[in-house]
Design a binder for this molecule. Sequence first.
Ligand code: G6P
Length: 313
Amino acid sequence: MAMAKPYIQQCKGNNGLDKYVLKEARGSSVEVYLYGAHVTSWKNDRGEELLFLSRKSLFEPPNRIRGGIPICFPQVGGLENYENHGFVRKLFWAIDQSPPPLEESNSYRTFVDLVLKPPEGFYKYWPQTYEFRLRVALTPGGDLILVSRIRNINRNGKPFTFTFAFYAYFSVSDICEVRVEGLETYYYLDNLKNKERCTDQGDSLTFESEIDRSYVGTPNKIAIIDHEKRRTYVLWKEGMPDAVVWNPWDKKAKAIADFGDDEYKRMLCVAPAVIEEPLKLKPGEEWTGSLVISCVPSSYCSGELDPKKILHG
Ligand SMILES: O=P(O)(O)OC[C@H]1O[C@H](O)[C@H](O)[C@@H](O)[C@@H]1O
């Protein structure tokens, strides 16, 4: 049987919001909404959903979408007078018709480019002008690639600083059966303890209660191993030295309006980020941060975070 051709399609998503669907020949797919440049779905070639999206998520601007991969910019977390995780996840982005070329883009052909320029009225939240470009790409093998490019276009000669995250919500079978490798023994700021700087011992990170940590200066590769599904997500991040790990657990889940009471069992956020040392851009300068996520069978031994082994057995 001949394989279907890869395609990119614009269509209406939840609540009539515009979305783009990217599909590869072997069946994997990605969906991204113009609202927030928010990736809401990533499926493997068997059609299995790999991202978590809450059944209670509103698709009603100006509310955030709960799940998928929200983009946090110009800051991760809340600051005085600033809303939590910045505002670009609550703005309408546009399709970028002629994006500047990206290096290393020959591993895929299926992609869409989005762009955000600060809308009028947002100056009061953050008095900077910038161009934010996001490429969402799907490789023939089904890997999801996200590339962010942020450029300072201030005309007043002033630099700006920011923090950033791809706040990815992964779908897992049971949070108690999941472990994360690649972060153990690294320092983290514990958001549940007023950002106290802590470190743990152990071979991996497992979960039995609420967690909200910003790991700092982490390796570029992180693996999320789902024992029950025998599935491993491998994250390869560049330009983002930190990583947030979040699960609200039962009590906090009940307090979040757009999150189901029991949904914490089926999700884990692992968010490549820039947090501890904010980035500074002068006018004309651009920052690039990229993330490649693969989903592979869990057939490698604990402690061997060697991507070649993970990907090729
Ligand atoms: O609810 P959001 O604004 O999407 O943020 C999701 C979560 O991110 C963080 O890690 C915060 O510490 C949490 O308090 C917050 O609930």
